[in-house]
Design a protein around this ligand. Structure first.
Ligand SMILES: C[S@@+](CC[C@H](N)C(=O)[O-])C[C@H]1O[C@@H](n2cnc3c(N)ncnc32)[C@H](O)[C@@H]1O
Length: 298
């Protein structure tokens, strides 16, 4: 098929989908085939930005910030994975508007969004287990975003005492977190992790939803700093999306770009950051889409 015909075909498909109110369950596999085909056409250099823009236009206001996919694509806070979209994903936020509803439901069925919700559970499980074994726990949380994980941890463990310092670049994320946490004791440091320095040492240094944006060399450099802020006997935990995610074509189409990594790749980066093999463990949430690199400081 000629390029123009391909563009027309895909525009026609999306227009039809938009007119009928977005994909329904029985159409998910057809819609993911569409996304996969777009990804292939782009990878093979057949579709360039111009063609993708034309196809995105066919989504009309279902690619506005009223929908999950539009919010991701338009990045109203100026960057991908901001506190607001992460919290919408945590809360499985679905528009009341029938025009947008099915698009949001679709977005929340993807393995990527389920994995984000699972990582919140992972956070609560890890810190729940750790606090049960000790009387106090000091945590450094790098790139804390909306703090929904901390909020729920406190709600579910009302009598436990933890000290959390959160390093977060976005002032609005901090304000949002403070409102959500409503008086819970959390110390926010409005700083870029590239400039952040501390002499304090922590039992656990945690970071999820940040290292996926780093190149390998930046990953190693920042991981070395995390290791240096961890007490002997403590632990560093870093989340990273896995190459297993089947949502990659969708994420690419709405321009949420991540560095997906395998377990072996994370192991290699941890070794390069100076950890020894027997200190490293790589875990995952139930879908195997969000991986967690654990390094024990010995
Ligand atoms: C995808 S969110 C993850 C939030 C949280 N960790 C979670 O899992 O719910 C990424 C957060 O990283 C923050 N961030 C991005 N670059 C940063 C940097 N260089 N230093 C500190 N925070 C950063 C963003 O502002 C955003 O709130």
């Amino acid at each position: 098929m000629e390029k123009d015909e391909l563009v027309k075909k895909h525009i026609g498909y999306i227009k039809m989908m938009v007119d009928k109110g977005g994909p329904e369950k029985q159409e998910y596999s057809e819609f993911s085939d569409f996304l996969y085909e777009i990804q292939m056409l782009k990878a093979n250099g057949i579709f360039l930005e111009k063609e993708l823009t034309e196809i995105r236009k066919a989504f009309k206001d279902t690619l506005s910030k009223e929908t999950i996919q539009g919010f991701i694509y338009l990045k109203p806070h100026g960057y991908s994975g901001d506190f607001e979209i992460i919290d919408k994903i945590y809360l499985s936020d679905i528009s009341d508007n029938p025009k947008y509803r099915n698009w949001d439901i679709y977005a929340h069925t993807l393995d990527a969004t389920i994995a984000v919700r699972n990582r919140k559970k992972y956070f609560k499980n890890i810190f729940g287990e750790k606090i049960n074994k000790t009387t106090s726990l000091s945590i450094l949380n790098i790139a804390s975003g909306p703090s929904r994980d901390i909020y729920e941890f406190y709600a579910e463990n009302p009598n436990k005492s933890i000290t959390i310092d959160c390093v977060e670049l976005d002032k609005n994320a901090i304000e949002y977190s403070k409102n959500l946490l409503n008086g819970h004791k959390v110390n926010f440091i409005n700083e870029n992790i590239f400039r952040f320095a501390t002499t304090k040492m922590y039992d656990v240094v945690w970071s999820a939803g940040l290292f996926d944006y780093f190149s390998d060399s930046v990953f190693i450099k920042i991981l070395q700093r995390l290791i240096s802020w961890t007490k002997l006997g403590g632990e560093i935990i870093v989340g990273n999306f896995s190459t297993n995610s089947k949502a990659q074509p969708y994420m690419e189409f709405i321009e949420w770009k991540l560095n997906y990594r395998t377990q072996e790749h994370l192991m290699e980066l941890a070794l390069k950051a100076g950890a020894r093999k027997n200190q490293i463990q790589i875990n995952q949430e139930p879908l195997g889409v969000n991986l967690f690199l654990h390094i024990k400081k010995v």
